[in-house]
Design a protein around this ligand. Sequence first.
Ligand code: SF4
Length: 467
Amino acid sequence: MSMFKDIPVDVGVIYEGERIRRNDMQVELGGPTMKEKFELAKVRTPDEIEDGKVIIIGPDIKDLKEGGAYPLGILVEAAGKTLDQGLEGVIERRIHGYMNYIEGFMHLNQRYDIWIRLGKKSFQKGLNSFEYIGKVLYRLFKSELPIIEKVQITFITDPAKIKEMYPVALQEYEARDAKARGLKDEEVDKFYGCVLCQSFAPSHVCVITPQRYSNCGAISWFDGRASASIDPKGPVFEIERGEVLNAEKGEFAGVNEAVKKRTLGEVNQVWFYTAFDHPHTSCGCFEAVAFYIPEVDGFGVVNRSFKGTTVNGLPFSTLADSTAGGRQIDGFHGMSIEYMRSKKFLSADGGWNRVVWLPKEVKERVKDFIPADIVDKIATEENAQNIDALKAFLKEKNHPVVARWTAEAPAAEEAGAEAKEEEGAMVPVATAATLPIMAGGFKIILKDAKIYAKKVIVRSMKDEKKS
Ligand code: SF4
């Protein structure tokens, strides 16, 4: 029985985190195959909108072919005496949470990256129109955020209309992000936490600081502040920053305490400005992943919409799997594109001087924030498609990581000599703060693990198959 009698499926928090597989989906809206899609919230004056009105521009759900993928635009227009533009990001991010309350309806990501699936079972129960989705959104917005007095919701599936509105939405996001730039982490005494994605990753908490945007790229420090003030019991909450424990790595006493509490002790320590040891956790909504490439001692970055394989031969989906789930994985850092515009972007690891590869599209987007002396030294998919080509490119351009290779080589040789002398003694071949192992349906987590081995055999998968 539905929480709303006139909605054909159930609506409630228990459906958050529900996944709809391709075989079970009626339709897909947005997602990786659609170049242009968006969701946008705008604050209007009361006379500009009609309270409770749901507008559908283009074919409705029942008119879409079973199993097909379609572009989608969602526009939420809200009015209220105390509403202002500073709350648009907060209202917009609630679309994700509220849509996921609907049985058989999955909403992933944010802004220009939305990916929605409607399950066949819910469609067969009668969830066949955006009218229902709009009604659910309307009621949840009004009941959960009383500051909203009027709200009107528009769904757009007409490709021509999406084409027209897409650049407008991009401009809105950029203007919002630009406003949040300039403030520094050490200038504020409060950060904000978000647990909206704990339904997908229970041990994940986003900590939003002025210089580290949320992983999804949808909540700035200002949005966090606004959200926590209008809905203090909601998913976004205030964190007293507390004592600076490590200024270089970005460790704060108040953050460790809040994260420990909100993850029930699963995560105790977070370093914001590094991908090593205690990196910020990732749910699954991050816009991009920074991944360590040991062969060159540098970082690659790949964003969600990058098609094909990255320079280490892995696609975004595989790298995202290695990063997601609320874990702290050494060398992996889920993040927003906006974080790449921050002075604190992986600053403890060398910042831009340590980035060696990223998709051309991302490079173009953040180009103005990359130091001028390094921008041409960072490879894209056009310069390097594999590690050998990357090494050659970095050498030719004299990328700063090349100096690290020469600086570290003698040390490595010495270590090799030492290892020979002590043949038979066991040295750790892997260390990790948290090392999850999946076996027989169980997940075993080794904390602060050091793994010792007498011998390490590296065999390619091809050899394995032959033997
Ligand atoms: S990615 Fe982080 S900030 Fe964004 S909705 Fe999820 S938990 Fe909140």
